[in-house]
Design a protein around this ligand. Structure first.
Ligand code: G6Q
Length: 551
């Protein structure tokens, strides 16, 4: 077991002793320039991090830790294609997918950029054929519905982006996502679709994932029931994968396969051909703008000094709360209905990356790593879990995300949204003292006994930190920058914790056990070596299913 090895840690630990009990209210009173000092802009995003438990000494001390653990070297290693995903022996090159300049990136001595550009070109040609109606279904009608079948990284990212950029989407093509192996997901999606005008995009890096393959096979059966010949499949099924042989075996012509590479991690793959459903929804030009936004953030991350580097600052603040203040959670609240899937996407991005308990050398770590990430769009969250954020015994830093300009400026809705968002971060920071609560009650005419009884319930401790990411507007470009910001923040934290942020062995065990249980559920075998709980559940389930069959 080891604590992070950095000669800069003792100074930070000493500084923490001074900070632990300081209230942000006092800091704001003492430092009226906190906003100027602790905010920065990159492209269409402004980050206000002034409502954090920091002084002007904190960030330089945190940056020093980042420097001493080799963040610069690790960042450059990622951008240059080094195999930094050690346990899988892979490069980590989602940044190559959105590189707008021609500076080559080599993997095993080969520049990956020409291959990336070739696939982008094919995606563009295909998307424009489908969107223009030139790509016809088997009856000669244009495609009206696209169904992306994928799960995890092959679903959450593209789905979130298609939702986020709905305002930029073609009204002639509806894009649906089916991920769950629960037949309900596919059945409900197909219920109102016409096979002759539906295009399936089967998205799977491995093309072996049980859920995706099961959904894809059932979708093919549904399609073949309506079509006239098996050769019609070619007009209605395309694949996005790294596994050509498995795609061919499934029956999709590899001419209709959009390739990506093993150096693209699933949860980072929306920038690759995995984003085909995004390109079909918003068109290739806008997809390119989306990539451009990410590239802008990549270049900022590569070049800005740590003290003025947005992903570095966010990563370090998270580290400050997890490892010094003991925060176990991180909450994200987008005040934008279009971003309603953003928390789910971020959950995977962060928790699958940094939910690790051993360091790169396989040694258990003695400190906390990735926090639990969750959230809901504002203002809905305010009427649900914000109670705990304000007055609970737990403490969780919050990221507020809000566009200054709405894409749907109905009456004064957006003013109300902005007011709520800013009010929440202010309230979390300031809180309300028991004296203030008592004074308010007295002013409303409450008798002394009521004041005494109620004031403690109306006290808010405050001093609860938050970041606010103010976007000019939700556009493909700002969204690209926002996602790249979080990707790099997570990378920064992984480097601080000394873990491999790019593998996901924890996803494997459940998959393996499910494969073992399936024959028993299907009655093809019995009596596997299970614990009493699993064996009991299996028996009870078989009994309930038998009764249902007999009804
Ligand atoms: C992401 C993970 C995981 C993966 C899914 C789907 O980083 O690897 O969420 O994306 O398990 O995998 P396939 O794309 O191979 O079907």
């Amino acid at each position: 077991m080891r604590w992070i090895e950095s000669p800069a840690l003792p100074a930070l630990e000493e500084h923490f002793e001074d900070m632990a009990d300081l209230h942000m209210r006092a800091l704001f009173e003492k430092e009226p320039d906190r906003f100027q000092r602790f905010s920065l802009r990159v492209g269409g995003i402004l980050l206000d991090y002034s409502k954090n438990r920091i002084t002007r000494e904190t960030l330089p001390l945190l940056c020093e830790v980042a420097r001493t653990v080799g963040l610069e070297r690790r960042r450059d290693a990622m951008f240059s294609g080094e195999k930094i995903n050690k346990t899988e022996g892979r490069s980590v090159l989602h940044v190559a997918l959105r590189r707008r300049c021609d500076e080559p990136i080599l993997v095993d001595g080969k520049n990956v950029l020409p291959g990336i550009r070739r696939v982008l070109e094919r995606m563009g040609e295909f998307a424009s054929k489908v969107r223009s109606g030139a790509w016809k279904g088997f009856t000669g009608s244009p495609i009206t519905d696209v169904v992306n079948i994928g799960i995890g990284g092959s679903d959450l990212g593209p789905q979130m982006v298609v939702e986020a950029l709905k305002a930029y989407s073609s009204p002639d093509i509806r894009v649906h996502f089916v991920s769950n192996v629960d037949g309900t997901h596919l059945a409900e999606t197909l219920r109102n679709l016409e096979p002759s005008t539906t295009l399936f995009v089967v998205t799977s890096k491995s093309f072996t994932t049980l859920e995706t393959m099961t959904n894809a096979r059932t979708a093919r059966e549904w399609f073949l029931e309506a079509s006239t010949s098996a050769s019609d499949v070619a007009r209605h099924f395309v694949a996005v994968s790294t596994n050509g042989p498995a795609v061919a075996e499934f029956g999709i012509d590899t001419a209709n396969m959009f390739e990506f590479w093993d150096w693209v991690g699933g949860r980072f793959s929306l920038w690759s051909a995995v984003g085909l459903s995004i390109a079909l929804a918003i068109g290739m030009e806008r997809f390119e703008e989306f990539l451009e936004g990410a590239y802008l953030m990549d270049e900022h991350f590569r070049q800005a000094p740590f003290e003025a580097n947005m992903p570095v600052i966010l990563g370090l603040l998270g580290f400050w709360y997890v490892n010094f203040f003991g925060a176990t959670d991180h909450v994200v609240v987008p005040y934008d209905q279009y971003l309603h899937r953003f928390p789910a996407y971020l959950q995977q991005l962060d928790m699958e990356s940094n939910g690790k308990r051993v360091d790169e050398a396989g040694q258990p770590v003695s400190y906390h790593t990735g926090p639990m990430v969750w959230g809901e769009p504002g203002t809905n969250g305010q009427h649900a879990f914000f109670q705990l954020l304000h007055q609970g015994t737990e403490f969780a830093p919050v990221d507020f995300i809000i566009p200054a300009n709405s894409l749907n400026p109905l009456r004064n809705h957006h003013h109300i949204l902005l007011a709520n968002c800013f009010a929440q971060s202010e309230a979390l920071m300031r809180g309300k003292t028991v004296d203030e609560a008592a004074h308010e009650l007295e002013s409303s005419g409450a008798p002394p006994a009521v004041v005494a009884a109620l004031a403690p319930h109306k006290e808010f401790p405050g001093n609860r930190p938050s970041n606010t990411l103010l976007l000019e507007k939700v556009t493909p470009k700002t969204l690209g920058s926002l996602l790249a910001l979080y990707e790099h923040k997570i990378f920064v934290q992984g480097v601080l914790w000394g873990i491999d942020s790019f593998d996901q062995w924890g996803v494997q065990l459940g998959k393996e056990l499910a494969q073992l249980l399936l024959p028993e559920i299907e009655g093809r075998s019995r009596g596997g070596p299970h614990d009493a709980s699993t064996a009991g559940l299996l028996a009870a389930c078989q009994e309930m299913r038998k009764r249902e069959r007999q009804r």
